[in-house]
Design a protein. Structure first.
Length: 120
């Protein structure tokens, strides 16, 4: 089975968060564009599901715009599909695939809590 790596989102040189995604194929050492995410995000979790799809959840859209949304990427079609949102926003959290196939999301950081003492 040929392995590929999907890279989604990121921050452009302008500081904007992008919705674009690309797939890297180590067998051909090449990148190819794939479907864009519905919600641009960084600092999200990504979990490979047992069927090969990838769940991306939470993160921030840049600045102080956190999100609780989630999407699933299907490598067979190159399409991202929205799924149920989490009950609260999360970024820099962990996602753990359980033996049941369900994903456990734990931990979170809210942007307003990132301020260090002595910093504004």
């Amino acid at each position: 089975m040929r392995q590929r790596i999907c890279l989604r989102g990121g921050v452009l040189s302008t500081g904007a968060v992008t919705a674009s995604a690309a797939v890297y194929d180590p067998g051909t050492n090449s990148w190819a564009p794939t479907g864009s995410v519905a919600v641009p995000r960084i600092d999200a979790s990504a979990t490979r599901l047992p069927d090969g799809r990838v769940l991306v959840a939470g993160g921030t859209q840049g600045g102080s715009t956190e999100t609780a949304t989630a999407e699933i990427y299907d490598p067979a079609t190159g399409i991202w599909s929205p799924v149920a949102s989490m009950s609260e926003v999360r970024l820099w959290h962990r996602a753990v695939l359980r033996p049941s196939g369900k994903v456990l999301i734990l931990g979170r950081i809210r942007i307003e809590r990132l301020k260090l003492p002595g910093h504004s």
